[in-house]
Write a protein that binds this ligand. Sequence first.
Ligand SMILES: [Zn+2]
Length: 67
Amino acid sequence: MPVRTCRGCGRKASRATLLRFVLVEGCLVEDQQAVLTGRGIYCCNDPVCRARLAKSKKIGNRTEPMR
Ligand SMILES: [Zn+2]
């Protein structure tokens, strides 16, 4: 099982347990069907992590450097 890192809290978890998001034209989109192409960003299925991710990504601002 591939392991991914949550961008909200930094915890490592199996890919199946994390939500996948993709940046589409600078906006963070949840990839529920795993059909979007592009750079995947993973996050726990947890409101706290999702809120942190949304904050850290500054949705809509694609010039923000990645951490
Ligand atoms: Zn997390």
